[in-house]
Ligand binder design. Sequence first.
Ligand code: ADP
Length: 993
Amino acid sequence: MHSQADALKTSNDTGTLYQQMLASIVQSSEDAIASKTLDGIVTSWNPGAEKLFGYTSEEMIGKPITLIIPPDRLSEEPILLDRIRRGERVLPFDTVRLHKSGRLVDISLSLSPIRDLDGAIIGVSKIARDITIQKRLHYDLEQSESRLNIALEAAEMGAYVLNFKTSEATYTKRYLQILGFPENSRPTHKELLEQIYPEDLARRNAAIEEAKRTGSIDLEIRIIRRDGSLRWIRARGKVFADEEGVPEKMMGTILDVTEQKAAFEEVQASERRLTKLADAMPQLVWIAEPDGKVTYYNNRLSEYGSTSQEATDIWEWQPLVHPDDVDETLEAWYNAISTRQPYSKEHRMLMKDGSYRWHLSRGFPDKDAEGNILKWFGTATDIDDIKKIQQSLAESEERLRFTLDAAAMGNWSVDLATGRAITSERHREIMGYEETGNLTREKYLKYMLPEDKVQLDAQFEKGIKEGSYQFEGRVQRPGKPISWIKVQAKTIYNEQGQPTTVLGTIVDITDEKHAARAILESEERFRIIANTAPVMIWMSGNDRFADFFNTRWLNFTGRTLGEERNEGWQENVHPDDLEHCTTVYRESYVAQRPFTVEYRLRRIDGVYRWILDNAVPRYSHDGEFIGFVSACMDIDDEKKFNEKLQANELMFKTITNVSPVGLWMTDAEGTNNYINDTWLNWTGISLNESPVYGWMEPVMAEERDSIHQQFLASLALRQKYSAEFRFLHKDGQVRWGLAEGFPYYDDSGYFGGYAGSVTDITERKQTELLKNDFLAVASHELKTPLTSIKAYAQLLSQTYEKANDAFLKNGLMKMENQVNKMTKLVADFLNLSKLESEKFRLDLELFDINELVREIAIDIQMVAINHTILLERKRPVFVTADREKISQVVTNLLINAVKYSPEDKNINVSLKEADGWVTVSIADKGIGIKAGEHEKIFQRFYRSEFNNNISFSGFGIGLYISAEIIKRHNGKIGVISEEGKGADFYFQLPVVS
Ligand code: ADP
């Protein structure tokens, strides 16, 4: 009996409880729950229904349900009631009802019969759920999907989903098109795989295996299209795992990058060709930045003494220039740079053997359409031989100075009847005889060389007959070198016509003779040098070397000296260049100034070659201008090289400027040295002002620093670089960009810098935002049911606390745990979408962070019963911050510390105050974090992999949210950790003093 009564009591209690529960479910439900009689008269109406339809229960109870049925749906009601009468349940279906305000509401409606104790059907209970939001979401999702498709299409990308478990795959039309399949075909996965270029198949498979571990794939492979053509494809994707963490499927895009690759390779190839060409040049070739830093030399550099190479790629060439020439050279170079004019300078350069040789350095600015200098292309040509010739010429001119020193003349006469001679003092000096009186011809000619005397005598006799003579001969005075004399004589006749006297003059012409011979010799020497010089030489003027052309010149033109003389050479100059040539020559002649002129000269084979003509004025000993001497160089190769270089740059610029993505390059130090027009067009900036970092100006200030730091980090490791950022479009909109860069290496394997792209990913971001909205709404929707589940779970635990049913208790506890996890997850998702939406706001207040940390630590300690949270006692530290959000951060860090330290269970929480900052640190002794991941773990959805197969649940957003919150407080967050040795997470906020 006793036990029966108990049982009864229990069942009674249970019945009441059941009713209570039911009532409270009905009351607290978000769903509209109502009942009506079989005639359609409302008998109950919960708050959910009040909310959904706008009528209060007073207004509805006793009224026909048709009040909320729109006219065009009235026919539904009898059919539904019919089914209920037959005892059927009506499963949820979508329909429309009227709100009190007259507005239509989308609902999902389900009906079930209400029976009395005997089982007779006496009424209908209806549950209606508002599906307006779902409908909108559905619509949004469709929208976002089509937007995604448009974006994919615009980028000519194909998309795919590959299921690892079933090996099934789905593709967009574009995907098939890229692989060369007809649009409506339905190739199997296997058929698609067959399109892959056999050599690349293994790489592709390996990449997929790797993707299963790393979560993403990004590779370039070749495929053979249906039509047999070979294409390069860039395939990217993300792997999604199932609940157990097993990779389940991969989603991603493919893009045909053949053209990009080809263009890039073409540029590289043409650059290689140019380098070869440059190396083949007989000169030293160099390339410099607009500011004058030399960044390239061809391999001729090995023939010179050493330069110093700064940092990586910039050359200090000063050590190569003769110390006496450095200042002038630098001046000329800086002058050229500042005036943007071609540069030309002669200076001596240090050769490898330690000698100095004269060089002509020349540089040409390569300018863009607006006249900005992009690069300098230059050469240094060895002109040492020419210089030597010019010098030897100057020397020979010097010698001329000896000639015709104001000649002191001697006089003499011979009386033909008596043979008596009368001579002047100067005559005696010149001839060297000693006698003064009774002089005869024989006597004064005593030192004349005998062989010359014979000739002189003959001339003398001849002169008597003919009236005059001239003679040059040699005299050997005692103890003196042989000297030369020049005699001029005249015969005097009497009235009868008989010769009576011979009168004459005498001059010492030894010096003159020597000078003449010296000149002859020097002329000879000049000719030899000039003719063997490796350059073409011409000389003009009014002296004896007038219109000289050396052998090399004549060999070049294939003409004779006679043909070239006077203005003959003009016949070989290209008609288009002649006028310029002659003008420059004329003007320089008048001004007596050095000049350089470039013109095309016809070679013997009929080909016109560019010649650089470098002329300097010549002067006689008394300073008189006597024409020019010039050395000419064939600079045709150099010219062509420059043209090619410019054409190459142009091609490169054209290719990249039409590219739909921004392209950029850096040098080995990471300094930007190229950005194409696409980026400039997007942002409307010009790079004139600050070419190096100028391109970053449109990037949002708050992201500029961090993407630069990220780049430097990639640069240090020569790793792929990738960063997302916002920038200001010239139309005033803020848009999203994705910058990606890859290290590149030259032929010999030297790291050259980064080459990369900037893609406008605004559309993608917008779709992401839509997804976020979806997440927000979905999480919001999940929250309410979760809260009631939790409430019931707690209610049940309390109710059965004393019950002796281990299974039940355990089950309830597990249930509560799971609900807690889910609540946290939903909260995280909500936070995430809030963070990323415009709605994010900080509610700042002044509070004691020490107190906050303590409270949270105590809370968490209650749940983390196996861990010990050690908290130092500290005095209050006040901060102005969003208390709610900071507590989220502390909670996240503490939960992580517990979660990731399964073995050593001590967690130290500390607070430090210094320099106006408070640092909160939460240190565990758990598994720690790998060196490369200290920053990555703060990224959205980033989770590290754990090698020893332990798995930790989570989504990789906790730290991201924490970091965002701290960032928006202008604080800092970070971690100090070593793998296997625990992690010390900290964040810092400014303190209010
Ligand atoms: P979740 O924990 O949900 O994966 P979080 O954003 O909180 O996401 O953390 C991101 C990743 O950072 C984790 O997956 C884990 O690899 C690593 N991590 C976070 N806290 C710790 C910690 N205390 N010790 C070791 N690793 C941690």
